[in-house]
Design a protein. Structure first.
Length: 298
């Protein structure tokens, strides 16, 4: 007889688990891969830099628009032209330097700008000589046979110091040497008049050999010097050298007609070649520029 309760299972009996069948994976279309866009590279600047001047400006106010910083960069452009780039920045804006202008220059224009920066102390004398040598090679200008002047030796500086110490008409001498120039600041024994004596040697492409805008150059004899103290400097220099010439450089753009006395001595003891000596008050040198003799001061 069949068990009518067969369909009731005991608790000990466990049903057989149903086989688990995984649902088929849905095919998902893969997202198309987008190639990485190339990073834009800044254009290559073909300008070749030779040197740059010291940053000038900042918080000094001479005129309304003078509160800024600026410097010059010298070199050649993609056409091998001598070039000066000017950069400026307004410190109150806290921005990077921007290009003010870029100008192609002739050799004389480049030399004049380099001399002006050299006079202000914005570039060093060896840097100037290096740039001029590159410019001469580029422009097919013969290089000077003589070695470039890079400053006085210790023996030459000592001789110039002895020369200044020997004056009995000048006192309170103070000395400094920078960028190839030996400087002596002093005062007259009577009247307490301030003077500055600056010594150097000529440069191969010196501004004193050409015309200078706004400056008249007048050769004079020593006895034509009106200042008693400058006359004393000339007489002592003439006693120490074989020959000496005097040129008065006068500003034609100034109502006061400021002047610098430039003396060129040959055969100065212990110093070979030509020795240049400029005599003027301290305020005149930045206007004249002992290297560039440039009244514009730009």
């Amino acid at each position: 007889m069949k068990n009518p309760f067969k369909f009731f299972r005991s608790s000990s009996e466990k049903p057989h688990p149903e086989p688990i069948t995984e649902a088929p994976e849905e095919k998902v279309n893969p997202e198309p891969t987008v190639p990485d866009s190339p990073v834009e590279q800044p254009p290559v600047d073909p300008f070749v830099e030779w040197c740059r001047s010291q940053i000038r400006g900042g918080i000094e106010r001479r005129e309304r628009n003078d509160i800024f910083e600026a410097y010059n960069v010298y070199g050649v452009d993609e056409h091998d032209r001598l070039t000066c780039r000017r950069y400026h920045r307004y410190p109150e804006h806290e921005r990077d330097f921007d290009l003010s202008y870029s100008r192609a220059l002739t050799f004389d224009e480049l030399n004049r700008r380099l001399l002006s920066d050299l006079d202000k102390g914005d570039i060093k004398l060896p840097v100037y000589n290096d740039c001029i040598a590159k410019a001469c090679e580029l422009c097919d200008i013969p290089l000077s046979d003589s070695a470039g002047f890079n400053g006085f030796s210790e023996a030459e500086s000592a001789a110039l110091r002895d020369f200044c110490e020997a004056f009995d008409t000048l006192t309170d001498q103070e000395y400094r040497t920078t960028d190839g120039v030996f400087c002596c600041a002093c005062r007259s024994v009577v009247g307490d008049e301030a003077f500055n004596l600056r010594f150097r040697k000529p440069l191969p492409h010196d501004a004193i050999n050409g015309d200078i805008a706004g400056v008249s150059k007048t050769p004079i004899e020593g006895y034509d010097i009106e200042s008693l103290w400058i006359m004393g400097v000339y007489n002592r220099l003439r006693d120490r050298c074989q020959s000496c010439r005097v040129t008065v450089l006068t500003s034609e753009w100034s109502l006061k007609k400021e002047s610098v006395f430039l003396m060129q001595a040959e055969g100065f003891s212990t110093i070979n070649g030509t020795l240049l000596l400029a005599v003027a008050d301290e305020a005149s040198f930045p206007r004249f520029g002992f290297y560039s003799l440039d009244f514009t001061n730009k």
